[in-house]
Design a protein around this ligand. Structure first.
Ligand SMILES: *[C@@H]1O[C@H](CO)[C@@H](O)[C@H](O)[C@H]1NC(C)=O
Ligand SMILES: *[C@@H]1O[C@H](CO)[C@@H](O)[C@H](O)[C@H]1NC(C)=O
Ligand SMILES: *[C@@H]1O[C@H](CO)[C@@H](O)[C@H](O)[C@H]1NC(C)=O
Ligand SMILES: *[C@@H]1O[C@H](CO)[C@@H](O)[C@H](O)[C@H]1NC(C)=O
Length: 334
């Protein structure tokens, strides 16, 4: 019996798994609304946050960063949530801020939006990141509601208050991939100008936007703390796009249409060929073409996201969304 239990556990530990799911109501006070999500992971989060802050930034620079973030990146609501998290996890407010700041700047990912022959849109993503063990351990799915109405489901981390992967029940889905552009000085200027956090902007549209167009227009114009790629899916045949964002504006926006049945975005601008040392996009496109539009569905898109190097050692999770039906499915990768 013992051997049997041990081998079952081994399978669960070594194999892919499904994240735990939590419910959060925005009617709860910001200080306490995330406590039940964070507390099961408190010890893991605390260890990571303290080591990460200690090795990544000096106390003086952290003080300056927090002051700078208060010019706009940290909204009053976010501020209260950060204070709540610091208390739940037993870390300092500044450590909570730093942890929530880091994710924005390191996520390497693949996002794909596919239009089926009947016009249904499927949106998939792999989230790739270093520190993948910590991230896999703290990956959660969160259903967010307000006034008793389910607004959106996000896939992220128990300690992260913004959203990098989410589906709105108003008919759209959004993922974010990192875009490297500009310098630390550009980030400094953007923060000084009070520009919004890139993943806070996603949370805002998932909470407030009425449809795909609303979300697209907001993310098209937002002033952002960092350059980024936003990838959107919707409910109509042409509702699939990438927004190539600099801090101040949108530089380009590939779209689905009658002939363009997929968009694939990794971490390079769409008008540039991906480099030979990181050909995730080339491989993903080959796989899509191998299946063909007529054979695409949630299972084949999952297969595309499971081929190396699209799937790679730093892939934390794979998520598939269908905005038309509200379908979402996340697999934590082993
Ligand atoms: C489109 O096709 C997919 C896959 O066959 C199916 O799951 C979906 O329900 C269809 N959508 C509509 C609107 O018929
Ligand atoms: C992840 O969780 C496992 C099992 O609970 C634990 O042994 C490991 O230390 C954790 N790793 C990190 C980086 O949190
Ligand atoms: C679809 O998009 C492609 C790529 O942007 C473009 O070349 C093509 O003209 C578009 N087709 C239609 C029918 O709009
Ligand atoms: C989620 O995706 C995995 C991987 O494709 C699949 O095995 C599983 O059946 C899916 N679950 C649901 C509820 O669709």
């Amino acid at each position: 019996m013992r051997i049997l239990i041990f081998s079952l556990l081994a399978v669960i530990t070594l194999g892919d798994s499904v994240p735990l799911r939590y419910q959060v109501s925005l009617n709860e006070a910001p200080e306490s609304r995330w406590a039940h999500v964070q507390s099961p992971y408190a010890a893991t989060i605390k260890t990571f946050a303290q080591n990460y802050a200690k090795y990544s930034i000096t106390p003086l620079k952290l003080d300056l960063l927090v002051t700078l973030l208060h010019r706009g990146w940290i909204t009053p609501e976010f501020d209260r949530e950060l204070h709540g998290m610091a208390k739940t996890v037993d870390i300092t407010y500044k450590e909570a801020v730093f942890l929530n700041f880091m994710y924005e700047y390191n996520a390497f990912c693949t996002s794909i939006v596919v239009r089926l022959q009947n016009g249904t849109i499927i949106h998939g993503r792999n989230l790739d990141y270093d520190s993948e063990a910590f991230l896999r351990n703290t990956t959660v799915t969160i259903d967010v509601s307000k006034d008793g109405k389910l607004l959106y489901t996000s896939v992220g981390f128990a300690w992260y208050l913004g959203v990098g992967t989410g589906i709105s029940y108003s008919g759209f889905s959004i993922t974010q991939n990192q875009r490297d552009a500009g310098s630390k000085f550009d980030n400094f200027i953007a923060l000084l100008l009070g520009y919004e956090g890139d993943l806070w902007a996603i949370r805002k549209v998932l909470t407030e936007s009425k449809n795909y167009d609303d979300a697209y227009n907001y993310l098209y114009r937002a002033k952002l703390a960092d350059a980024t790629y936003y990838i959107l899916g919707g409910v109509n045949a042409d509702e699939g796009s990438v927004l190539v964002r600099s801090r101040a504006k949108t530089l380009g926006s590939p779209q689905l249409n009658d002939t363009n049945w997929y968009v694939v975005q990794t971490n390079y601008d769409p008008w540039v060929t991906d480099p030979s040392y990181d050909d995730r996009k080339t491989v993903a496109v080959q796989q899509l073409l191998k299946f063909g539009q007529e054979n695409m569905n949630i299972d084949t898109l999952f297969e595309v996201l499971s081929v190396s190097p699209v799937l790679n050692p730093s892939t934390v999770f794979t998520t598939i969304f269908v905005p038309e039906t509200g379908y979402h499915n996340t697999t934590i990768r082993s």
